[in-house]
Design a binder for this molecule. Sequence first.
Ligand SMILES: [Zn+2]
Ligand SMILES: [Zn+2]
Length: 256
Amino acid sequence: MLGPVDKRCRLALHGPMRLLRPLLDLLLPPLCPACRALVAETGTLCPDCWKGMDFLAPPFCTCCGLPFSFETEGEALVCAACLDHPPPWRAARSVLRYDDSSKGLVMALKHADRTDLAPALARWMHRAGADLLEGCDLIVPVPLHWMRLFTRRFNQSALLAHALGRLAFKPVAPDLMTRTRRTASQGHLHRSERYDNVKGAFAVRPRQLTAITGKSVVLVDDVLTSGATASECASVLLKAGAARVDVLSVARAVLD
Ligand SMILES: [Zn+2]
Ligand SMILES: [Zn+2]
């Protein structure tokens, strides 16, 4: 379990550099990534924010990571939605339930220039996606359309992917995929409309095709809602020659 105080989240300083720790803490005191209150350790939540976050834990659907409200007695179970419409990916995992608390973190990263959140969120993704990352050859973020990248100045999924790559010692390919057309915001769309909205909106850059052949890919996104974007990206990656695609996100929608 993730705890509000997790020594592994601390900035690693080795040898004589460890002597700098008190000075560093004085100059850059560790702050809660969500509310910026002082905390004991870098990258950990303060007790209040910790209580508000709903970390997803087993038992869950082995395919999409949807948490089950009942014990599965160790059985590998797949949810009804995945049975009806099997996603193209092998497994999807998320750190948090997408609710008002986690939405605050995701929106702060995306729209409020809180790029400092990426390393802390990536640490949680590293933990939640340990199984997926173990056999992964390549981490690929969901791309933004260049016009959106121009106005936002960064791709939040790429920031997460880079931070995750550093933690997992895996290569990151931020330019492997491209968004070939702008898509309407998914927020107000129904499930089937979301799939139609992103159909054909992604491609693997032709010069990157050799980089993907036979590779096990972990696709990184900030939020998984209907799964439409992740499904479309996974299909494109598989068609381009990837051996397997898993999906790792900060938060996912869970309908009660
Ligand atoms: Zn806090
Ligand atoms: Zn499922």
